[in-house]
Design a protein around this ligand. Structure first.
Ligand code: NDP
Ligand code: MG
Length: 328
């Protein structure tokens, strides 16, 4: 993959340009604050008098309603939840977007699945930091940045890549490294990762491990420690040094047990499940289901959240986590 660093990006590309950051949540806040510190002329676009409106004002940033923020902007960043982007785009962005402006995303969902089909006379780009917003901001404040991806979907001005790279530089990401890919590849891999491993796979594995121990008569408190609490300790090692570091740090018994038993957990059936998850992402099945639930007032999502809240694992966790709170 093509990798870019500081020397490949020039913040001057954004000189005299106005950047509108729509949304002031996880990504919007982190990115807007970093851009501001990097000398970029940034305006936050949010709904009037909402939580974000006040927060952005308190943070000392320029704040406008969506339509006003877009009117003047040379770069419009869609840092709103993916499911609401199409409506905000239709109502406020498209009617106010300047010819030759850049429409920017932090995830490819809306473009890949054609929930947003931008006009031909603009640039359409992505700059996706590979990090939650808070960490992005912390790394920037510490003088570095988190790695990011950039993608060019439409290059009307001929300057699309330079703008994407400049935004990445404004976030400090070119200090770490910026890979170039496509909207589709970003969308498909991102969704697959969160569904099969990060959010879906991991919770399913923890839940199944917990239930197996409790069914065999072990106290839920012990089950919680062994299958949930310690996932962080193990993942920190994998994050820092890959499997190799983790295998070196855990006991030989844990290493031998893990290596000889893991294929009983993730079996050929599980791998077929993973493939079907990817197939659903590719052929639009997942997108259609998610859109249908959104249009149905998120009824399915709320029911599943409620079911998870009622898991014994979650009740046990609430009590255990209190023990980790310092009392003085
Ligand atoms: P958030 O859920 O944190 O966005 C919240 C913002 O959206 C708030 O400013 C909120 O305003 C506004 N908002 C929510 N609902 C509405 C609505 N109905 N009408 C108007 N404004 C609304 O989003 P994220 O930062 O998580 O995601 C933004 C993009 O970044 C997405 O494309 C996501 O996929 C991508 N991304 C996210 C990452 C993350 O760390 N979360 C990582 C990488 C990419 P108010 O306060 O007024 O409600
Ligand atoms: Mg992701």
């Amino acid at each position: 993959m093509q990798l870019y660093h500081d020397k490949d990006a020039d913040l001057k590309v954004l000189d005299g340009k106005k950047v509108a950051v729509l949304g002031y949540g996880a990504q919007g806040r982190a990115q807007a604050l970093c851009f501001h510190d990097s000398g970029i002329d940034v305006t936050v676009g949010v709904r009037k008098d909402g939580k974000s409106w006040n927060k952005a004002k308190e943070d000392g940033l320029k704040v406008q309603e969506f339509a006003d923020a877009v009117k003047d902007a040379d770069v419009v960043m869609m840092l709103l939840p993916d499911e609401i982007q199409p409506d905000i785009y239709k109502d406020y962005v498209l009617p106010n977007l300047k010819k030759g402006a850049a429409l920017e995303f932090a995830h490819g969902f809306s473009i890949t699945y054609k929930l947003i089909t931008p006009p031909e006379d603009i640039d359409v780009i992505m700059m996706a930091p590979k990090s939650p917003g808070d960490k992005e901001r912390d790394e920037f404040v510490a003088g570095f940045g988190v790695p990011a991806l950039i993608c060019i979907h439409q290059d009307y001005t001929g300057n699309a890549k330079n703008i994407a790279l400049a935004l990445a530089k404004g976030l400090g990401s070119t200090r770490a490294g910026v890979f170039e890919t496509t909207f589709d590849n970003e969308t498909y891999t991102d969704l697959f990762g969160e569904q099969s491993v990060l959010c879906g796979g991991m919770t399913a594995m923890i839940k199944a491990g917990f239930e197996t121990l409790v069914k065999n008569g072990y106290p839920p408190e012990m089950a919680y420690f062994e299958v949930l609490h310690e996932t962080k300790l193990i993942d920190d090692l994998i994050y820092a040094g890959g499997f190799e570091l983790m295998w070196n740090v855990v006991s030989n018994t844990a290493e031998y047990g893990g290596l000889t038993r893991r294929d009983r957990v993730i079996t050929d059936e599980s791998k077929k499940g993973m493939q079907s998850i990817l197939d659903d992402i590719h052929d639009g099945t997942f997108k259609n289901q998610w859109r249908a639930d959104f249009e149905n007032g998120l009824k399915g999502l709320r029911e599943m959240e409620e079911a998870d809240r009622n898991l014994q694992l979650e009740h046990t966790g609430k009590e255990i986590r209190k023990l980790f709170e310092r009392k003085n």
